[in-house]
Each structure stands twice: as C-alpha cells, then as structure tokens.
Design a protein around this ligand. Structure first.
Ligand code: BEZ
Length: 266
C-alpha cells in the first residue's frame, strides 16, 4: 500500500484503548452487515485493531490499516498474529482487491472535499460486487457538544471551526452513487453514548476535539472546555454518568457490477 498522509492526528493510544473502548464495542454490530464467509477484509482506520481481531475471529482474512503510528503500535502489540499497515484512506492503493472494505468511526475525520477521492480509492480497492460497510458520525452528531464549544469561543470573539464532517443520509448516499456504488442500506440513528468516569465529557473533548484549540493559550482552552462542560451538565449528565450525543450514519454499499451501471445513467 502506498503511504501518504491526509490525516496527521496524534493519538494517546493507551488512553484511547482504556477509556474509549465503546468506539470498537459499538462497532461489533456493524460486522453483522458483512455478507459471506472467509472473505478478504480491509479494516480501514483500524485504530487499536480490536475490530480487525473480531473480523478474524469471525473467520475472515482481515488486515488493518491506520494512519496513526501510535495506534498501529498498540494494534500490533495486542494482535501480533494479524497484519497491520500504515496508510491513509484518501491515498489508498492496494496490491490486491478485497471482498470487503470495513470502516468504523473514521470517515468523519476526512474533509468533505476529500470524500469523493477517498470513495474512489475504496472503489478501486474492492473486487467487483465487493462490499463497503461503514459507520461514522452522521448529521447532528455531537451537536450539543459542538454548540456549547462554539458559544464559548464566540463569547471570547474567537471563531470555532467545526473539525468534523457529519453528513445527512441524502448527501452521503449521493456521494456513494456518484462514486459508482449501489447503496443497499443507510441509516441515521441516535446513539447516546455513556462516557467513562466523572470527567467523561471533559476527557472526551480533550481526546477528540483538538484542531479548534490550536494556537490558543492553554489557559484559555482550559477555561473554554470547563465552561462548555458545565453548560452541558444539565443535558448530558444523567444518573452519575456523562453521555455524548452521538448520531451514527451506518451504510452498506456494493461496488456495482457493470450490468448495474445503467441505473446511474437514467
Ligand atoms: C464519532 O465517533 O462520532 C466521533 C468521535 C470523535 C470525534 C468525532 C466524532
């Protein structure tokens, strides 16, 4: 695989694995969308490799790819029997085509402008009728959290630049069809997600929302996060736990075989 970087995020792999394990635990049900047995599967944005392992346990010939050296190190340490490679979804070039490209909680990190290129690279990486199965943050994902952060930025006359791409079903299935895929199913679902610990929301923001704070004085960043968390306590803290307002876009699409191309030209 060719390795060029469109994403350059530094991860605390240990904390990601210990405190944010819900990312891959929820991904387990996504695996049920795969049709067939003993398939070659690329786990795109495999993170710590937990779902790559689950794919292998289910009998597939699975390999993982991620842009993060830190997460790959954890994946290789935890699952030395599996193959992991460093690579970038937007520049993906594979030596062989796969039956399935699988991806959990990754595509929202890719800018809207780069999505068609990424889908084209995935299309090329699939065999005819190969399956693309993925889930990521859909329209409205973490709207309460980003809204509170935005208000705290604006109170300080600072601009809040939304660092993620959370599309509607309509927008994303159109991109898939323009890329030659036949969409088999698409679902936008609310999934309030319990966070670990008394500082769960504070830790979540620190872990995942990095770019809006770049260039800010650390004390200002701290004040913004603390104020946003306090504002959100009334809506996201229930029964002693924090919940993030997750919305998932879950899709299954297939690389349309040639006889299906006609439906895109009607
Ligand atoms: C998500 O899985 O929806 C997500 C996680 C971290 C940051 C943004 C979105």
């Amino acid at each position: 695989m060719e390795v060029i970087w469109a994403l350059n995020i530094s991860w605390d792999a240990e904390k990601y694995t210990s405190d944010f394990s819900f990312v891959h635990q929820y991904g387990n049900s996504l695996l049920d969308l795969i049709d067939g047995e003993n398939l070659t599967v690329l786990d795109l944005g495999c993170g710590n490799g937990a779902l790559t392992k689950e794919l292998a346990v289910r009998g597939h010939d699975a390999e993982g790819m991620d842009a993060s050296e830190e997460l790959l190190h954890t994946a290789r340490t935890n699952h030395p029997e599996l193959r992991f490679q460093q690579g970038d979804a937007v520049r993906l070039r594979t030596e062989k085509p796969y039956d399935v490209v699988f991806s959990n909680a990754v595509f929202h990190w890719i800018d809207r402008e780069l999505q068609p290129e990424m889908l084209a690279r995935i299309f090329d990486a699939l065999k005819p009728q190969g399956q693309l199965i993925f889930e990521f943050g859909g329209y409205g994902n973490n709207a309460l959290i980003h809204g509170a952060l935005r208000r705290e930025f604006e109170k300080r006359k600072l601009a809040y630049h939304m660092p993620f791409y959370f599309p509607t079903i309509g927008e994303y299935t159109s991109l898939l069809e323009q890329g030659g895929f036949l969409v088999r199913s698409a679902l936008l679902l609310d999934r309030p997600t319990k966070l670990n610990g008394g500082d769960g929301l504070y830790d979540w923001v620190r872990m995942f929302v990095k770019t809006p704070f770049e260039g800010l004085h650390p004390a200002v960043a701290e004040e913004i996060i603390q104020s946003a968390v306090e504002e959100l306590r009334a809506v996201l803290y229930h029964g002693g736990s924090w919940y993030a307002d997750y919305v998932r876009l879950r899709c299954k699409a297939v690389k349309a075989p040639p006889e299906r191309e006609a439906i895109f030209t009607l």
